[in-house]
Design a protein around this ligand. Structure first.
Ligand code: HEC
Ligand code: HEC
Length: 422
């Protein structure tokens, strides 16, 4: 039987060989750390608060609630009293599926972490030359950044020794955190057992912590057993008829594979889709107010304004809301936006954003809409052409997105530890 006729060829199937090798003992340590508030300045938040399996390794919110917030996922709220959040997290927490893939070279919505020889430590990152040596993967390097981000895990000035150190220099906080971990009886021996070069707990640095977290995420969330993956491996019965039609559109007339290309379903490049803007943004030096210029904030090139990295799509049905700010609660919504951004922007209403109530932040949440010129700049910067598909075709594309859900996505090797208390 031959493959359907598609304009773009179907990608090759993925296998274990496409992923970094992870040591099981290191992964087990990373599992403990991922769910442990010890890594946060005020010991009140874990990685899992924003990347939880119940919410597809994301948090079910458009813009998340960092340290100071209370609860988990869609129940999470902005906290109370002095410890309440001071700002929303400016971007949507992405799912963590397949981030151990060797071919990945760029992380974050704006690509501010990438593989590079520029600073002699293997990575171009916000820590530049202050990122320590010895991080064995992009994922390991990434794991160090939430720890030193004020609104994610570090906390606010004067609250704890971690954030105090971050304000001196980004790399000053990591040794303090490493000491916290290695002097905790629950971790003392784990590192000695998991890392050949660690003979006594006092040798543990943030590098082993990052490498352990990476080993965990790579093992736990490798997911290449979706119906689409089965189809690519030759099982022609793996897809339903609507899913197959959706796949033909994806690789054909809908031109999705122009950007969601290759085995990982992403070109790892940056494109401006003109999503409805809101939230605190990532303001730059001369920004008068909340806005998010995307890739330009990192590259300083005007042509990169409002561009964001093409997301990979495996398990996308589990990771809503969608887009860099979670503007769309449904797959149908984000797909319709791609097809006709102008129309979608006009139809969009703030109620579509999943933003836990925080009345002291509402003034900032949608302030950008009062600036017609900024909204127009964003519209003009779009790099996606409108395309007409009928409702049945859109439903087929949504069906195909569901064919990307791993059969064992909810039966991962480690799962949530019983000790985890959100
Ligand atoms: C307060 C919420 C929050 C916490 C806590 C948090 N993250 Fe994230 N994470 C995010 C957001 C938001 C992004 C996207 C940021 C961006 O791209 O600008 C992200 C991005 C990532 C990415 C990059 C994914 C990609 O596709 O580029 C990884 C990996 C990741 N987080 C792992 C972790 C780990 C490990 C921890 C704990 C050490 C952690 N996160 C803690 C919210 C959080
Ligand atoms: C011009 C490149 C491009 C094309 C063509 C394209 N996409 Fe995208 N897609 C992106 C980018 C970039 C984003 C993220 C945009 C953002 O966050 O601002 C995205 C986001 C998505 C998301 C949300 C994923 C998430 O995790 O939030 C889905 C689903 C999606 N695209 C499906 C499709 C489908 C289906 C098609 C074909 C109809 C398509 N895309 C065509 C670039 C493209």
């Amino acid at each position: 039987m031959s493959l359907p006729v598609t304009a773009e060829p179907l990608p090759r199937p993925l296998s274990d060989a496409d992923f970094i090798q992870a040591d099981p003992k290191q992964a087990a340590l990373g599992h403990q750390l991922f769910y442990d508030p010890i890594l946060s300045g005020n010991r009140n938040i874990t990685c899992a608060h924003c990347h939880h399996p119940d919410f597809g390794t994301s948090d079910g919110l458009s813009l998340g609630i960092g340290e100071g917030g209370v609860g988990l996922g869609t129940e999470r709220h902005a906290g109370t009293g002095d410890s309440r959040i001071k700002k929303r997290i400016p971007r949507n927490a992405p799912g963590l599926w397949n981030l151990g893939a060797r071919d990945l070279h760029t992380f974050f919505h704006d690509g501010r972490l990438s593989k590079s020889d520029q600073f002699g430590n293997g990575f171009d990152s916000p820590a530049e030359e202050w990122l320590p040596q010895g991080l064995t993967s992009l994922l390991a390097a990434q794991a160090l950044f939430p720890l030193v981000a004020q609104f994610e895990m570090a906390g606010n000035p004067a609250e704890n020794e971690i954030i105090g150190a971050v304000h001196d220099r980004i790399d000053a906080a990591w040794p303090i955190l490493a000491k916290r971990v290695r002097t905790d009886p629950k971790y003392e021996q784990g590192f000695v057992m998991a890392f050949d070069h660690i003979e006594t707990p006092d040798q543990v640095t943030i590098v082993e912590i990052g490498n352990a977290l990476a080993a965990f995420m790579a093992v736990e969330w490798q997911s290449i057993d979706s119906p689409f993956d089965a189809y690519l491996r030759g099982d022609k019965t793996a897809l339903t008829t609507p899913q197959k039609r959706g796949m033909e559109l994806f690789y054909g007339k809908a031109e999705c594979a122009a950007c969601h290309s290759g085995p990982l379903l992403s070109d790892q490049k940056f494109h401006a889709l003109g999503l409805p803007p809101f939230g605190p943004g990532r303001t730059r030096r001369f920004d008068p107010y909340a806005r998010d210029v995307g890739r330009m904030g990192e590259s300083d090139r005007l042509e990169d304004a409002y561009r964001f990295r093409t997301p990979m799509l495996r398990n996308v049905a589990l990771t809503g809301p969608y887009g860099h700010n979670g503007a769309y609660p449904t797959l149908e919504g984000i797909i319709r936006h791609h097809l006709n951004p102008e129309w979608a922007l006009a139809e969009w209403t703030p109620e579509l954003a999943q933003l836990p109530e925080a009345e002291w932040l509402t003034a900032t949440d949608f302030v950008i809409w009062q600036d017609g010129r900024e909204i127009q700049r964003q519209s003009l910067a779009r790099d996606i052409e409108s395309l007409t598909l009928n409702d049945d075709e859109i439903a087929d594309l949504v069906a195909f997105m569901h064919a990307l859900t791993g059969r064992n996505a909810d039966k991962t090797p480690f799962g949530v530890p019983s000790s985890f208390a959100p």
